[in-house]
Design a protein around this ligand. Sequence first.
Ligand SMILES: [Zn+2]
Length: 348
Amino acid sequence: MSEFFKKTVAAVLAFALALFSAQTASAYTLHMTVADLRLSSAVVGTSACPVPAHRLTAAGSFSVQWSTSLGASPLTVLTQDQTAAGRLNEIEKTIQQSLGVWTGVSGSVLLPGTLAPLARVSSSTACAADGLNSICFNQSDAGFTPGILAFTRVITADHLGAQLTNGPAATEIGEILDADVYFNPGDPNTTFATPQALAANPAAYDLESLLTHELGHAIGFSHSAVWRAMMAPYAPAPGTFTGQRPTTLAPDAPLAEDDRTGLRALYPDPSDTVHTGSISGRILPANALSLPAVPAGVSGIFGAHVVALDAASGNVVAGVLGGWSCSGTGPAQFDGSYRIERLAVGAS
Ligand SMILES: [Zn+2]
């Protein structure tokens, strides 16, 4: 489960991090799955290496439905159009734009055609572990602890054939079987506004920014610690939004380069001739005695933040949390390895 916090919580967490770590920059991370090797090798293979959680990318394979049930007191989602039909159309357009952000990145095979037409459902409790990807604005959940604005619950396949009630049987390890986006409906002080309504409601959170972030979880992302990245775990302040608004020419405009690089690494386009660079290596301690004796086999630093910068601008292009590698049958080795892939050649 991945939550999206209010800024006040962000400030507390950032302070805590500053106390415990000298590192200030990390970057995209991917949600990983390990095959359940207790099952037959026919359905899990023989490798204990972690696999990134991911979507299939065939045309129409990613279906999303959203619940038209909206909290009324206060109104959870504020729109410019106040009519019943207009309100739903405005929210639906925001959802489509948020999905389009992730299918609008060059060098990725997650394409607009991967998406099935967005569907509506009237039930307020459409978010369930049922194999249907749902967005809910009026469903309470124990996950809404104080400060949580929205979160996404993701279920992935740890064996071939894994299946939820209304979804297809998994054909790949790590395939995302269900991802449900929950917006907090129960906080009387928390409202969300569409892009059209945000300026008139500066105390509301930007629905599009939060949706885009949560949908990043729904396609396999965990959090990034690059402050400006879409996948940073902190919501923009009320009345503001993340990055630039998407446009027809730049549907992925809200993303930071860190988000794009992560997407290219997760859904690489084999015909991409631009983002073919990679940086890899190992992070080793100057003093080998600083490595733990238990568990055995730790030969490098775990959890080091490795960040690639654009040599011209100094901007963060991408980065990863280093610490392990895995090959063959695994398991993962804690050898300090890192690898940042899908970088534009010559730019970093
Ligand atoms: Zn999140």
